[in-house]
Design a protein around this ligand. Structure first.
Ligand SMILES: [Zn+2]
Length: 457
């Protein structure tokens, strides 16, 4: 099939990481609660129940995500609209959905149309006829792309980039980052929408299925109908949905209970753009997949930057995205466990990168460390050639005298500085010293200095 003729657009619904629902204070985590327990008159749509102002956390997440992709924040107040339709999971018979928070921008080559917030409806069980409203009112951000993609491969790449940003900024719920509606047309024909796909592989399957279904129709001389289809995840196919609405059917109107919000008042913590980090890592010779693995996880990124300072970025990326990641996966442990192991990880990494430790021994020591055991004295016996206390003291003293700014920060209680100094010393000694010994040498000097300057006052 000629890719030139295919036009694909996506509407991605993202569950932002918020404590509360969009317009009330009910908990926004709906997966584990018994049915209809996280509800109140507002999200259950009781007559007369007045909504609270839009959840600021959700709005902030939307603006922050928009900024990463160069979208332009709305330059006028944003109203919340009512989108009317009837379905058992929607007790108020309208869904609240905002005007665009931001417009324009791009992910890779694909243009973005807009991002807005909305509330999720409840869940209707078709077979039992029951409704669970725990999900009703849960915040959603909807990111709409232009129909600029030409293949399922491009759609997958766009979603991977979106996921990377969401993970790096920790904006989406870990248990359920997004669900996707796609639209696809072939050769300028009618547009078909496929709704409610909740995995990356599902999006690829649905698009591939639709592309070949529509191509077959066209080559048989039949026309493709404009319709909405449902994705059957089990069979990897799409099926027609009965209903078909047009924009007018929804009778959009501004919600009179909710005032407009201004996006230029939204304050959020400006973090580094994950794609700039990706670019930097790639120029350092780190592979794309390894870089993405590391950027997507704060603890891996932290471990990488510390290990890279001692052993170089290339080695570190393979060690972190490969060896360390494998141990975490094998144990199904959370990466936050790494923080308490940094000293040991640095020693093993330094030993391995300087070839004092064999691959096998490094893996063995890593397992010991992850199992909560001590790598001493085993690491000494396996590697050998450590610097003595005097050398460590000298190196520590030199690092301290050369960085008065960092010492100042340490005095003000910034303990992170200690890790910085450990990194400097490790680098200087090419890993041939134990982090515990370096720390005690550093502390000895820094704390004696502090006592000295106290007396001097
Ligand atoms: Zn509620």
């Amino acid at each position: 099939m000629d890719e030139e003729e295919v036009k694909i657009g996506l509407e991605v619904h993202i569950y932002p990481r918020t404590e509360c629902k969009m317009f009330c204070r009910c908990s926004a985590s709906f997966l584990e609660s018994p049915p209809n327990t996280n509800i109140c008159p507002i999200c259950a749509g009781h007559p007369g129940a007045k909504p609270m102002p839009p959840n600021a956390q959700a709005v902030r997440a939307g603006i922050q995500l928009a900024a990463v992709f160069g979208m332009k924040a709305a330059d006028k107040p944003v109203f919340t609209m009512r989108k009317h339709y009837f379905y058992p999971d929607l007790p108020s018979n309208y869904q609240r959905t905002s005007e665009p928070l931001a417009v324009g921008g791009a992910i890779g080559e694909c243009g973005l149309r807009e991002i807005h917030f909305e509330e999720d409806p409840g869940q209707y069980d078709l077979t039992k006829g029951t409704v669970d409203l725990n999900r009703s009112g849960v915040p959603l951000l909807e990111l709409v792309t232009e129909p600029d993609m030409r293949s399922s491969r491009e759609a997958r790449a766009l979603l991977s980039d979106l996921l990377l940003a969401l993970e790096y900024l920790q904006l989406s719920r870990a248990e359920m980052p997004f669900k996707v509606d796609t639209n696809i047309s072939i050769g300028g024909g009618n547009r078909v929408e496929v709704k409610n796909i909740n995995s990356l592989s599902g999006v690829v399957k649905a698009l591939d299925f639709e592309a070949s279904r529509q191509t077959e129709l066209c080559s048989a001389g039949k026309s493709v109908e404009q319709e909405t289809r449902h994705f059957d995840a089990v069979n990897g196919s799409t099926l027609p949905l009965r209903y078909k609405e047009t924009l007018e059917d929804y009778r959009y109107m501004p919600d009179p209970d909710i005032g407009p919000i201004r996006t230029d008042n939204v304050v959020y913590e400006q973090q580094e753009n994950p794609f700039l980090i990706l670019k930097r890592m790639t120029t350092e010779g780190i592979s794309g997949p390894d870089a993405r693995t590391i950027i997507a996880d704060r603890h891996l990124l932290d471990a990488h930057s510390r290990i890279a300072a001692v052993c170089g970025p290339r080695f570190s990326s393979v060690f972190v995205a490969g060896d360390i990641r494998a141990e975490l996966n094998y144990r199904k442990s959370d990466s936050s466990a790494l923080d308490s192991m940094m000293g040991g990880l640095l020693e093993i990494a330094a030993g391995r990168s300087s070839s004092r430790l064999s691959n096998l021994n490094a893996t063995m020591l890593l397992r010991t460390l992850f199992d909560g055991g001590s790598i001493h004295p085993a690491i000494d016996e396996l590697s050998g050639g450590w610097y003595g206390r005097e050398t460590i003291n000298d190196v520590a003293a030199r690092a301290i005298s050369e960085h008065p700014d960092a010492v100042e920060k340490y005095r003000k209680g910034n303990m992170e500085v200690l890790n910085y100094f450990v990194g400097l010393c490790m680098k200087e000694m090419r890993g041939k010293a134990k982090s515990a010994d370096i720390i005690s040498a550093l502390r000895g000097i820094l704390d004696a200095d502090a006592r000295g300057s106290e007396k001097g006052k």
